[in-house]
Design a protein around this ligand. Structure first.
Ligand SMILES: *Cc1c(COP(=O)(O)O)cnc(C)c1O
Length: 377
């Protein structure tokens, strides 16, 4: 049996929407992108959404729009994709790492509190695997020290915890529509916020700081545009937006299927869990169920990755702690043990195939292959 690590859920409607854009005159950021932004804002419950080229761009432009730059420190987690930290570096600021809660893998507010210095300007929490960070605790720290919060919601398109939803307590939330994310167009991202000024500033920065977008310039008589900021090129085009404008109406259904599959996996893994051979990260609140990861013994993890692949099961690692990667090791100069919980998760974690469309039989096969390595096949 072959079980892909990820399969997208684009359907005939999405393909027809893309075809319609491809057969029209206008390919770049225009009416379809605008409609997607409207629907995405509605979905998140936040007032404004700006569609972007990637979540990396969303994080970068959010920090710039908040006025964060050289000399500023932004506290984030080592248990994340590198983009959470590289966006801080690209803004000219310094990423300061704080360790995670060993059960959830999310930023630990106690470690964040210890990491605050007079130069701290923001916290960049990552809602790992779809479980939200403890946002009330982070908000309290931010309020005490006058910090901004930029939420990395790449794993967390729809979630709440203790009645708090994504982006509610932060200044904004940044989303990814990368190929393996819950909502996808291959490559894409968005920023959502209740702060209208922040949204407008990001809108300006996504398009070279030009005061008119191509769609404004296209209609009717020619109008001059002006450049009023030094901006970037980070807009999402109508071609990619067309793949999500209806996909988003199926997102709740897909989220429900992810939740069900999480249960199917947990049940199939019961023997290994009871024997203490495998652990699962703890979920909090109503998670987004982005990835299904298991923690395996450190001395078996890499062997297991090979074993799964050799038996036709796609696997991944989300993530090796970023401070152990070459560039960060050489530039931030941390020892692996500086963040022991992130380091430990990074050495034990393995992500299994997880997406709507995965069958219960496939889940059973994946778990059988895994159990085989423990002599429990
Ligand atoms: C995928 C991901 C990103 C980057 O998203 P892109 O859209 O590829 O830029 C950032 N942070 C986390 C936690 C991610 O998983």
């Amino acid at each position: 049996m072959q079980v892909e690590f990820y399969r997208h859920n684009l359907d005939e409607t999405d393909r027809a929407n893309a075809r319609r854009v491809l057969e029209s005159v206008f390919l770049t950021t225009g009416p379809v992108c605008g409609e997607f932004e409207k629907r995405f804002a509605e979905y998140t419950g936040l007032e404004h959404a700006v569609a972007l080229n990637s979540c990396t761009d969303a994080l970068h432009l959010a920090l710039l729009a908040l006025g964060i730059g050289p000399g500023d420190e932004v506290i984030t987690t080592p248990m994340t994709f590198i983009a959470s930290a590289t966006a801080i570096l690209h803004a000219g600021a310094t990423p300061v790492l704080a360790d995670v809660n060993p059960a959830t893998g999310c930023l630990d507010p106690d470690r964040v509190r210890e990491a605050v210095t007079p130069n701290t300007r923001a916290i960049l929490p990552v809602h790992l695997y779809g479980t939200m960070c403890d946002m009330p605790a982070l908000r309290e720290i931010a309020d005490r020290h006058g910090l901004a919060i930029v939420e990395d919601a790449a794993h967390c398109v729809a979630s709440s915890r203790g009645g708090v939803y994504v982006g509610e307590l932060g200044d904004c939330a940044c989303y990814s529509f990368y190929a393996t994310k819950n909502l996808t167009c291959g490559e894409g991202g968005a920023l959502a916020t209740n702060n209208g000024e922040l949204a407008e500033q990001v809108r300006l920065l996504r398009q070279h700081g030009m005061n008119k977008e191509a769609s404004d310039r296209y209609h009717g008589t020619y109008q001059h545009w002006d450049m009023i900021e030094l901006g970037y090129k980070a807009n999402l085009d109508d071609i990619r937006a067309s793949l999500m404008v209806d996909q988003i109406t199926r997102l709740d259904e897909m989220q429900a299927e992810r939740k069900r599959l999480h249960g199917v996996y947990s049940e199939a893994l019961a023997g290994l869990l009871d024997a203490g051979l495998v652990e699962l990260p703890e979920l909090r609140g109503e998670p987004s169920h982005h990835l299904f990861t298991v923690l395996v013994p450190e001395n078996m993890r890499d062997e297991l990755l090979t074993h799964m692949g050799a038996n036709g099961v796609g696997v991944a690692v989300n993530y090796r702690a970023i401070h152990t990667l070459t560039w960060f090791r050489e530039n931030l100069k941390h020892e692996p043990e500086d963040f022991p919980h992130a380091c430990s998760i990074g050495r034990r974690t393995m992500s299994l195939p997880f997406y709507p469309g995965l069958t219960d039989e496939q889940v059973a096969y994946v778990v059988r292959v895994l159990a085989g390595k423990f002599g429990k096949g």
